[in-house]
Ligand binder design. Structure first.
Ligand code: 8NA
Ligand code: MG
Ligand code: MG
Ligand code: MG
Length: 348
């Protein structure tokens, strides 16, 4: 059966946009009840009439994803210096999208020092390397934007995808935890994309494939790999529970702006939402994934966006109807970029 299709490329990028736009209003909340979430979707038309359309703007997650799409397509692959320029330009042209404080600092430095005019790759990586006393950021910013890397390398050996996911991270996030988060997120999208149409995903196998990817990542601390391997054990443990203590979940798996506190949670939300839920009355697998991700509160835009990029690569664009998407900013652009990656692949 066919697996890689234009519908699933679109699903990945459109899902990411939808998760970001729908999750953003709940960013920083504690937990969100399923009653609130069901009514949120039901009353979207009504709420939109009171505002200008589309009234759900995207945030930094999508802004950076689009910058990455643009640079990867223009250069037919990763050009770190051009990409640093795209990230910095996107930030300066629209700085009020909710960037993390560290990310703002790095992107402003790349712009003011005109590092995108350098011919030396290591120069554009210097601001990120100096972050947080030289440790680098472990925020989820490198993971939240990474899904186009899985589309770029959909037919390439996984090692190439790992390298691109890793290197694009370093422009803003040099800490191994952020890098591993980005690689895991890209790998999750890839596995979802490559699953045969109509074939069910087995969570244990999915997690096992992610474990095998973690082991392949070079130039990161073994202790950082261990943190993610342990988190993946927790993903399976929470999937096996019939009732979840939200406080315990947030404390152990996480719902925050750190990469280890959000990337495994996004994987959990995708895997959890594979089965219909008594809580959410939606037919779309992508929307069910988004609501599952938002429910735990915290960094809701980012966790929902990452989870829905994975879900979109699995279910495809057609899974998510217009009712909700018509309220989200950036859907058309996401589709255009998906077409760009797909065309590139079919020309190969
Ligand atoms: P970042 O690189 O600025 O990291 C995010 C934050 O994590 C930093 O501002 C620090 O507070 C903290 N942090 C990261 N690394 C370290 C370290 N080594 N030592 C100490 N503290 C550290 O930004 P990013 O690009 O990773 O952004 C991630 C998130 O920020 C995304 O969710 C994005 O949507 C945005 N954001 C989140 C919230 C929220 O409340 N959840 C609000 C606004 C913006
Ligand atoms: Mg609930
Ligand atoms: Mg955001
Ligand atoms: Mg966020």
């Amino acid at each position: 059966a066919r697996s890689i299709s234009l519908d699933r490329f679109k699903g990945c990028l459109v899902g990411g946009v939808a998760g970001d736009c729908l999750g953003a209003p709940f960013e920083g909340d504690q937990t969100v009840s399923s009653t609130v979430l069901n009514s949120y979707l039901e009353h979207m038309d009504e709420a939109a009439q009171k505002r200008n359309q589309p009234y759900k703007p995207y945030t930094d997650d999508t802004a950076m994803t689009f910058a990455l799409c643009k640079s990867l397509l223009k250069n037919e692959g990763l050009n770190l210096i051009d990409l640093a320029g795209q990230y910095a330009h996107e930030f300066l042209s629209d700085p009020r999208r909710g960037y993390g404080s560290g990310a703002q600092h790095v992107l402003a430095a790349i712009a003011t020092e005109k590092l995108y005019e350098s011919t030396d790759e290591s120069a554009v990586l210097e601001p990120a390397r100096q972050q947080f006393g030289g440790q680098g950021s472990y925020g989820n910013g490198a993971a939240m934007r990474v899904s186009p890397v899985a589309l770029l390398h959909a037919k390439d050996p996984i090692e190439l995808m790992i390298t691109t996911a890793h290197r694009q991270s370093l422009i803003t996030h040099s800490n191994g935890l952020a890098v591993l988060g980005a690689v895991i997120q890209a790998a999750a999208v890839r596995i979802a994309l490559q699953t045969e149409e109509g074939k069910e995903i087995d969570p244990k196998r999915f997690v096992n494939e992610l474990r095998n990817v973690i082991i392949k990542v070079d130039h990161v601390d073994a202790s950082h790999r261990e943190i993610y391997l342990e988190k993946l054990n927790l993903v399976l443990r929470f999937l096996g529970k019939t009732a979840i203590d939200e406080e315990e979940f947030c404390e152990q798996l996480g719902n925050d702006i750190s990469a280890p506190g959000s990337v495994p949670t996004a994987v959990y939300a995708f895997l959890k939402a594979l089965k219909p839920s008594q809580d959410f009355e939606v037919g779309s697998g992508i929307l069910r994934t988004i609501l599952t991700a938002i429910e735990f509160g915290g960094d809701t835009d980012t966790i929902a966006s990452m989870a829905a990029s994975i879900a979109g690569a699995y279910y495809g664009r057609a899974d998510i109807g217009e009712d909700v998407l018509k309220h989200c900013e950036g859907v058309q652009l996401a589709e255009q970029y998906a077409e760009g990656f797909f065309a590139r692949l079919t020309q190969q």
